[in-house]
Design a protein around this ligand. Structure first.
Ligand code: HEM
Length: 460
């Protein structure tokens, strides 16, 4: 027994030594902040509210620093003039996919031993960017009509009540799911459409359960049992849906909420939509799917979308440092990065919420991305220098979002459908815009702390 106690003490001592053996900053490296808790470092503060934590670190150390987070050293870069160097580095130095694979394994228990990101991207590109984009957009629009108009018609005349997040998320997800994985029969019948609606609603319910647990799963703070159940459900949901569909719904929620809270913005968008349809050659009926040339001729709606995303898109742009390397900053400084560390850009803080770039950065200004002559505004400055990356909801460089055009088309089709065919109102117009669910920083679009009740009906 005394031996067992002694061994136990020795093991505890060894573990403590191991945990407290801390790294020190080498010459040329960014400021290092390991926090006070061995191994964990700043993990708790980071997980609780990453934006506040990184703002505090920026005030302490400047726009580049390294922090310890749950055993990993993460170098955080917050100077938007220097982002370009990172996003255009080759994979042999800064790797995007290593981190994505790590997250897939942690969240979904999916092993990807033969995964080749370049092959995967080459397969997706023709569909998402070129050849099939028009067909994809048309299928999405038809499916949006099936789920949205179909559900409402089935539920009967008059006003319907729902949360705005649920409304935006469920209809976009369900239509996206049918677009990606196919409908019951073509040509569609009444019965097959009803089946499509019921099936896609089931899938969305399962997806949403998983989505709500995502922050905990990604941080590895959920029990094995729960994770196993989720994995089963996720397989039912089908893997690809998650990363593809998780952002468009919340993005549309914020866009519609800002429009509902800013009547001037709402009438500017409505007016543009009606004018564009009427002016199109040949004129487009309100009942038709919006053609690409109409979707591309709405600078006001583009500005509203960019402004909504500026305020609510908060992904972590994360790269694995594959080799020891030097990182040049735009102002001429140079820092050493160590192999095995992670590099993190957080454009949400800067450029997106930077008061030097955007006046009143917390405010929604619907025409912020428009020039006085109505064209898209692209000139934004920091330290007197024009910025290349002034708004980064879609990332940038080698790993710029492949689904950007498809997502923008889908959001515009949905907003067009709602504004042309529905009356949509906040149940309580005085209700404040909800705060963010702070645990979701890093996953893309932020979600609200709580939903916002609305009522809607098909225009009589
Ligand atoms: C509002 C909706 C969306 C937002 C805000 C968004 C945002 C992003 C961001 C920020 C990245 C870059 C991550 C990084 O560099 O670390 C990214 C990458 C990516 N996105 Fe999206 N996304 C959206 C919708 C979609 C959709 C609908 C699809 C596909 C149907 C898609 C497919 C992809 C793919 C494949 C990549 C990885 C590109 C690569 O490996 O180089 N996204 N997205």
């Amino acid at each position: 027994m005394p031996w067992a106690v002694l061994l136990g003490l020795l093991a505890a001592l060894l573990l403590l030594l191991l945990l407290t053996r801390r790294r020190t900053r080498r010459p040329g490296e960014p400021p290092l902040d390991v926090g006070i808790i061995p191994w964990l470092g700043h993990a708790l503060e980071f997980g609780k509210d990453a934006a506040s934590f990184l703002t505090r670190m920026k005030e302490k150390h400047g726009d580049i620093f390294t922090v310890l987070v749950g055993g990993r050293y993460v170098t955080v870069l917050l100077d938007p003039h220097s982002y370009d160097t990172v996003v255009w580095e080759p994979r042999s130095k800064l790797d995007f996919h290593a981190y994505a694979v790590f997250l897939m394994e942690r969240i979904f228990d999916v092993q990807l031993p033969h995964y080749n990101p370049s092959d995967e991207k080459a397969r997706m590109k023709p569909t998402l960017l070129h050849r099939d984009l028009q067909a994809l957009t048309e299928a999405m629009s038809t499916n949006l009509r099936t789920v949205l108009l179909g559900d409402v018609t089935e539920a009967g005349d008059g006003w319907h009540k729902m949360g705005l997040l649920d409304f935006s998320y469920s209809f976009l997800f369900r239509a996206g799911y049918l677009t990606q994985y196919g409908v019951e029969t073509v040509p569609r019948t009444h019965q097959s459409q009803a089946q499509d609606r019921a099936h896609s609603a089931d899938v969305f319910r399962t997806f949403r359960q998983l989505d709500l647990l995502l922050p905990k799963l990604a941080r590895g703070s959920l029990s094995v049992e729960v994770t196993t159940i989720i994995n089963l459900e996720y397989n039912l949901c089908n893997r690809g849906s998650f990363s593809f569909q998780g952002n468009a719904g919340p993005a549309t929620f914020w866009l519609l909420l800002f429009l509902l809270k800013h009547p001037k913005a709402m009438s500017a968008v409505r007016e543009e939509l009606e004018r564009t349809l009427w002016k199109a050659e040949p004129p487009v009926s309100e009942m038709a799917i919006l053609p690409q040339k109409v979707l591309d001729s709405m600078p006001m709606l583009d500005s509203v979308l960019s402004e909504s995303l500026r305020l609510t898109a908060a992904p972590f742009i994360t790269r694995e440092v594959v080799v020891d390397m030097a990182m040049p900053m735009a102002d001429g400084r140079e820092f050493s990065l160590r192999r095995g560390d992670r590099l993190l850009l957080f454009p949400f803080l800067s450029p997106q919420k930077d008061p030097e770039i955007y006046t009143d950065p917390e405010e929604f200004k619907y025409d912020r991305f428009l020039n006085p002559d109505g064209t898209e505004k692209k000139d934004f400055y920091k330290d007197g220098k024009r910025l290349k990356n002034y708004n980064m909801p879609w990332g940038a460089g080698h790993n710029l979002c492949l689904g950007k055009s498809y997502a923008i088309n889908s959001i515009k089709q949905f907003v067009g459908l709602v504004l042309l065919h529905f009356d949509l109102e906040l149940t309580n117009p005085e209700m404040k815009i909800p705060e963010f669910d702070l645990s979701r920083y890093g996953f893309g679009l932020m979600q609200p702390e709580h939903d916002v009740p609305i009522r809607y009906r098909i225009r009589p």
